[in-house]
Write a protein that binds this ligand. Structure first.
Ligand SMILES: NC(=O)c1ccc[n+]([C@@H]2O[C@H](COP(=O)([O-])OP(=O)(O)OC[C@H]3O[C@@H](n4cnc5c(N)ncnc54)[C@H](O)[C@@H]3O)[C@@H](O)[C@H]2O)c1
Length: 328
């Protein structure tokens, strides 16, 4: 194992800057931003597509941490020039402070099978979820490499990027498999040259966020420029989901432990119930099948608890027809 995968002492992050894309809608990015500010005492640059969205989230964080510098940046992660502009704005705002962590977290989800999907949804998914991450790497990793201090560069994939293809979110899962692979590649690329940059891939299970609504909103406002006036969407709390805040605790616990694959399952102490997603079992099942060179598609014949044939929504969280969202 290289130095990249050492344990991380968060005292080294205090007073430095955390940069988080997709932080405007009070989801996973917001949880990471809040934890970075309130628990690690980091300054934070929140990035999201629309100015009103990200400004609102930043204002809430400023009220919680008035002694920290909280920056709101409207930026489209599919646009390299926007990302470079964001980096320059961060440099200007935090001239004497280095970047301690970057989370390439922005994403979209259009839940649909391959045959019923619109190609536009595939294009949007691959553009934001894959190329958006690649462009964020290209904009921010050279900056981290130029710093001598330790830092974290973490992409957000999904547990869907580690398990076999699902019955209903083909584009999303394909994009998240790509994020896992490209983050592994990044780790290899810079391990020797820049061991001070700790590369990580976040693979969440179920977090209470408004991902589907925020994706639809972005889709319907396609022609609204970044910096437009979309209001943020506060997520409904899901019955068995993790809150973004408790999810962030798990993320930082895994980082502190030196883990590369940050698989954040719905387990205690991050939830108050005993119905995990059981990610590691479902990941292991895929690899057991791979060893036999077989695809076990028996779930396609089962009566699904979660509403459609799913190779992945089948752990204890979904038994007995459990719905996991208050909104369903
Ligand atoms: N919620 C879950 O259970 C879950 C599980 C696994 C992975 N994820 C991943 O977590 C990440 C965050 O999602 P979330 O669930 O917190 O939902 P969210 O809606 O709070 O976050 C996604 C954010 O990305 C932003 N975004 C979309 N396109 C953008 C663009 N082009 N430029 C800048 N920002 C853009 C959206 O405005 C939104 O704020 C996503 O990558 C998602 O795929 C979520």
């Amino acid at each position: 194992m290289s130095r990249q995968q050492e344990k991380f002492n968060f005292a080294e992050l205090k007073g430095r800057v955390a940069v988080i894309t997709g932080a405007g809608n009070f989801g996973i990015g917001w949880g990471l931003a809040k934890h970075s500010a309130l628990n690690l005492r980091m300054h934070v640059a929140l990035i999201d597509l629309h100015e009103a969205t990200v400004e609102r989230a930043a204002a809430e964080l400023r009220a919680m941490a008035p002694d920290l510098n909280i920056l709101a940046l409207a930026c489209d992660v599919t646009n390299s020039a926007d990302l470079i502009r964001a980096l320059n704005q961060i440099d200007d705002a935090f001239a004497d402070t280095s970047i301690g962590a970057v989370f390439a977290n922005a994403g979209v989800l259009f839940n649909s099978s391959i045959l019923k999907s619109d190609i536009e949804d595939w294009e949007a998914t691959l553009n934001v979820n894959v190329l958006g991450v690649v462009k964020t790497i290209k904009a921010f990793v050279p900056k981290l490499q130029a710093q001598t201090q330790k830092s974290i560069f973490c992409t957000t994939a999904s547990v869907g990027g580690l398990v076999r293809g699902d019955g209903g979110a083909a584009a999303y899962q394909a994009s998240k498999h790509a994020v896992v692979a490209l983050t592994e590649s990044l780790s290899f690329e810079i391990a020797k040259k820049s061991p001070q940059v700790h590369v990580r891939v976040l693979c969440p299970c179920i977090v209470s966020t408004s991902l589907m609504q925020s994706s639809q909103l972005i889709k319907s406002a396609k022609n609204a420029p970044a910096g437009g006036n979309l209001e943020p969407i506060k997520p409904n709390e899901m019955v068995l989901g993790m809150t973004p805040e408790r999810h962030a605790e798990q993320v930082f616990d895994l980082i502190s432990d030196g883990k590369f694959y940050l698989v954040t399952d719905n387990v205690k102490p991050y939830v108050d119930h005993n119905l995990p997603f059981a990610a590691m079992d479902i990941i292991a099942e895929r690899f057991a099948n791979l060893k036999e060179l077989q695809l076990d598609n028996s779930d396609a014949f089962a009566t699904p608890a979660a509403g459609y044939p799913s190779a992945i929504l089948k752990g204890p969280m979904f038994q007995g027809g459990t719905t996991f969202s208050n909104g369903d």
